[in-house]
Design a protein around this ligand. Structure first.
Ligand SMILES: NC(=O)c1ccc[n+]([C@@H]2O[C@H](COP(=O)([O-])OP(=O)(O)OC[C@H]3O[C@@H](n4cnc5c(N)ncnc54)[C@H](OP(=O)(O)O)[C@@H]3O)[C@@H](O)[C@H]2O)c1
Length: 285
């Protein structure tokens, strides 16, 4: 039985944890790295845990590279059982401080890259009449937040894409799941933070507010009870449950925020929650 799973962006954070966890659970994992020189970041922990996984180079914005990776997996394993669309980038800054180029770049990776990888995988899954597509969206794909408008726009786009695609491919036995993590400490909050150039300009009318919102974000990261392993477990469920869910929300804080938003009447949530953050970043201390 084919059990090969592709995990994109697997040399850091959630992707690395997921690739290792799935290998531990017996999947034939193909973990991809954007830069070949980073492959040891996943190979070393795999060796240490005595796990078998294969590392391939992949830029999800390169259509030829995507096809090569799919072909390699198909030729080596006879099919592609699952794809975990994890790779992506961040973009932080108030909207007016984001350049057109920076916005296009984040859409290119998070939206068009995810779509391109999914399209290439479906070519193999559809004739096999089985497969699992997992997309790592975010709590930011369900609730917007200040200073991450473009990033949230890509995550909302992933949500709409996944929810629609799920209905198109189910008759072929292919399941699509959206995994929605809360804030989790990973490289995303360090070297991969993706702060827009304009957001660092002290002349920006948003400069002080942005600094305050970054301070607040760091506090949320530091105190987050959610760990990369929680995401890996949810992805494993999406790949292995007989009837996988369309959505797996990961993290108690995200679940609470979402429940409040769903059940509070008359946009009360928006008024309280959004106002809280606006006030928090705009009030001079
Ligand atoms: N951490 C959080 O708080 C959080 C919360 C909700 C959702 N998420 C989502 O979870 C996913 C993983 O995030 P993370 O926290 O693990 O962040 P991360 O550590 O920055 O991981 C992102 C990975 O994607 C790779 N990547 C970036 N652009 C790529 C491209 N064009 N082609 C191939 N790979 C590319 C990066 O490679 P390089 O390192 O070489 O650039 C990196 O390995 C992302 O989709 C993120 O939006 C994260």
């Amino acid at each position: 039985m084919v059990n090969s799973v592709l995990v994109t962006g697997a040399t850091t954070g959630l992707g690395r944890e997921t690739a290792l966890y799935l290998a531990e659970k017996g999947f034939q994992v193909y973990a991809t790295t954007l830069n070949p020189q980073d492959s040891d970041a996943i190979e070393a922990p795999a060796r240490k845990r005595n796990l078998n996984l294969q590392v391939l180079q992949l830029d999800i914005t390169d259509p030829e590279g995507i096809n090569d990776v799919m072909r390699t997996i198909y030729e080596q394993t006879g099919g592609i059982y699952g794809v975990v669309n994890n790779a992506g980038i961040g973009l932080r800054g108030y909207f007016e401080d984001l350049s057109e180029e920076e916005i296009r770049r984040v859409f290119e990776a998070n939206v068009f890259g995810t779509m391109a990888v999914t399209r290439a995988a479906l070519k193999y899954m559809r004739p096999a009449r089985q497969g699992r597509i997992v997309i790592i969206t975010s709590v930011g794909g369900k609730t917007g937040a200040l200073a991450v408008s473009a990033y949230c726009a890509t995550k909302f786009a992933q949500e709409g894409f996944g929810e629609s695609l799920a209905q198109e491919v189910l008759p072929f036995g292919i399941h699509v799941s959206l995994v929605e993590p809360a804030i989790i400490k990973t490289e995303r909050w360090g070297i991969n933070r993706g702060v827009a150039k304009g957001a660092l300009n002290p002349e920006s009318p948003y400069f002080e507010w942005f600094r305050e919102s970054e301070r607040l974000s760091d506090l949320l990261v530091k105190t987050s009870p959610t760990k990369p392993l929680d995401v890996a477990r949810a992805i494993h469920r999406a790949l292995s449950e007989k009837k996988p869910r369309l959505r797996y929300m990961v993290g108690s804080r995200a679940k609470l925020v979402f429940a409040l938003r769903r059940y509070l009447p008359g946009e009360l949530f928006e008024r309280i929650y959004f106002s809280y953050f606006i006030k928090k970043v705009t009030t001079r201390r």
